[in-house]
Design a protein around this ligand. Sequence first.
Ligand SMILES: C[S@@+](CC[C@H](N)C(=O)[O-])C[C@H]1O[C@@H](n2cnc3c(N)ncnc32)[C@H](O)[C@@H]1O
Length: 301
Amino acid sequence: MAFRRMRKVEEAEYRAFIERNSYVRIGKNRIRLNTIPPETFSPPEFRPEEWTLWSFPERGEWATHHSAYRGNWSPYIPRNLIEKYTKHGDTVLDQMMGSGTTLVECRLTGRNGIGVDINRETVMLAMNKLDFSLPDDLQKTEGRVELFIGDARNLDMIEDSSIDLIATHPPYCGIIKYSSSGKKGDLSQLKLPEFMEAMKGVASEAFRVLRENRYCAVLIGDTRNRRHYVPISVGVLSVFLEEGFVLKEEIIKVQHRTRSSRERWKMRSYDFFKIGHEHLFIFRKPACGEDGEFKLSRKWW
Ligand SMILES: C[S@@+](CC[C@H](N)C(=O)[O-])C[C@H]1O[C@@H](n2cnc3c(N)ncnc32)[C@H](O)[C@@H]1O
């Protein structure tokens, strides 16, 4: 199947868009575009995570970060990944970037960023969140960021083995819809079997563009159907291991203040537990000649 090709969104297209629009429409939500300069540019007292359990009750509001884009991730997640797995000047890819949280962190930490999303309005929102100037001391080390409309299954404008870190966050199948129904290529419109098939394409392109011995982090959540657990994350883990990645970490991320259908249960008591966590898998692309090594962290079942 042929997937949409990447198209770079230039500054002029964004400027024309914000001339005509003060909101973007994402699924059923309207989000205001904003050009108020940020007051802070870094997290207060950032302490890198050390354990495999992450919890950010204060999701992080520095720079232009805010929670208006449904299901966006806390900026502490890309901040931790960038600090642990990259150095200054490295290139970070988020091929399902949503409101651009990862890309804002790239700029602030002096990493170059590539952001892709299937939805043009979403890309405009991400550009809006990147539309601010850094103070003089950060400008010297500022990362360069490029945004594209495209499909994570076809990263045709990215060369093989050119990315130093992938930090990405797919839709959790259809739990939150990111476009009006029928939008071609939007993974949030798919039923579970088709979603898993689509994730194979995402994993294959991720493997192609990542440098050897570098990391690919994927945040994914599970759901419930007819009062039983649906382990979307197990499917996604399998797909990435089948592609050839090796599992470096599984981090459990505690969820706070979720608005997803996962907690839309009205009864006073339930015969199940409400889901309050997500899985952050960190995969490594093995180096040439590593075949057969780390076999217990590959797909062995
Ligand atoms: C969970 S959101 C990402 C949120 C992001 N981490 C943030 O902080 O805003 C998933 C994103 O994947 C995008 N998406 C869905 N299907 C896609 C595809 N085939 N290729 C690229 N992006 C896609 C959606 O438009 C949505 O913005």
